[in-house]
Design a protein around this ligand. Structure first.
Ligand code: KG4
Ligand code: ZN
Length: 355
């Protein structure tokens, strides 16, 4: 399976093999980040991203095919992320996949990018359903019950900013370069996490939703109050912000896993994905959450946690194995809820599920 990913600021292609017993193998995985193109603007600029995908994608696919010693005629399918994401980029990837599928008379699989994050751990090793996914990137913050291929129930999401986005915005207001997450994390290591009494958003609420914008504003207020910021002020703001986000995430996931257990029984694992999962403080908190819920924590290696083609190819392979292929008229989608057409499997049907 060839997989193509162009929903945000990574142009990526990969070739993945799925054995009949469900074992996965990555034959190639090529990712070209556009961070340098977007850095001057402090965030991803959709139009720049779309143009960069157009320029880069053919070469990235050629490299992925060459690295895998694969020819188009030997592929069983072509998978592309069809959303959700920046629509210009999605159009580039999906149209390219359709053209290859048409020319080589090969099935097309139009993959939901969020489903690809959700299924990635099954590419790495055996993991049965159901399990709980915490996805936190620059564009997404979700807690999802993964019940089966194509069967997801969203247990929580952000009501405003994504977690990664909050890191990026805080970094920007402190004058740190994009992407902000790694910058904030490394400065936080030398700061005092208790100096500023920042809010812990949504703490104690019975739903599993997130909110980041109030916390972001609180950081801005402190920064404005202290301006001009000294070096220690910046370190302490980073540390205090990271501590607040981490505590909020742990609380939201404790609730999310409780909701999961009530509706679907014990999860086989808590899986973390997205760029934010690279943060060591957040990872440590996730380990605590998983331990309290009595389930293992799985965090894929960084290259498979952030956007990549292998996760799209793998999802294409999982879907193809179930006969789930898509037409050449499949539409690119800027928004695409993972559980939009979920059919809760029979063994979970007699729950008080509301979604
Ligand atoms: O999954 P990802 O690479 O790309 C998408 O957003 O699609 O996630 C990038 C996001 C950025 O917002 C970045 O600031 C954040 O993940 N991030 C981090 C860390 N590394 C990346 N956030 C907190 N701590 C980190 N170490
Ligand atoms: Zn992603």
């Amino acid at each position: 399976m060839l997989g193509i990913e162009t929903t945000c600021d990574e142009t990526a292609a990969a070739v993945v093999e799925r054995a009949p017993d469900g074992t996965g193998r990555i034959l190639s995985n090529v990712v070209r980040s556009q961070i340098a193109e977007h850095a001057p603007y402090g965030g991803v600029v959709p139009e720049i991203a779309a143009r960069a995908h157009v320029e880069l994608l053919d070469g990235i696919i050629a490299t992925a095919m060459k690295d895998a010693a694969m020819s188009f005629d030997k592929l069983d399918g072509i998978a592309a992320a069809a959303g959700p994401g920046l629509i210009g980029g999605v159009i580039v990837g999906l149209t390219t996949a359709k053209a290859i599928a048409l020319v080589h008379d090969t099935p097309l699989i139009a993959v939901n990018h969020l489903e690809a994050h959700a299924l990635t751990p099954r590419l790495l090793g055996p993991l049965d359903f159901p399990y709980c996914l915490f996805l936190a990137s620059g564009g997404h913050t979700q807690i999802v019950a993964v019940l089966g291929v194509g069967n997801y129930v969203r247990l929580g999401t952000t009501v405003d900013d994504a977690v990664g986005e909050a890191f990026d915005k805080v970094a920007k207001m402190l004058g740190l370069p994009y992407p902000g997450g790694p910058q904030v994390e490394s400065l936080a290591a030398s700061g005092d996490p208790t100096r500023f009494a920042l809010p812990r958003p949504m703490m104690g609420r019975k739903d599993a939703n997130f909110s980041l914008s109030g916390l972001k504003t609180a950081v801005r207020n402190e920064a404005d109050r202290l301006a001009p910021l000294g070096a220690q002020d910046t370190l302490d703001l980073c540390a205090s912000f990271q501590a607040a986000v981490t505590e909020s995430i742990a609380d939201r996931l404790d609730v999310g896993l409780t909701l999961f257990a009530e509706r679907f029984g014990k999860p086989r694992a808590l899986v973390a994905a997205g760029g934010v999962a690279a943060n060591q403080a957040i990872r440590a908190a996730l380990q605590g959450v998983a331990s309290r819920a009595g389930t293992p924590l799985i965090v894929p290696p960084p290259a498979l946690c952030t956007d990549n083609g292998a996760m799209i190819a793998w999802t294409g392979a999982e879907r193809l194995a179930l006969g789930l292929v898509d037409g050449l008229d499949s539409a690119p989608r800027a928004r695409w809820r993972l559980d939009a057409d979920a059919v809760v499997p029979a063994q979970f049907a007699n729950t008080k599920a509301q979604h």
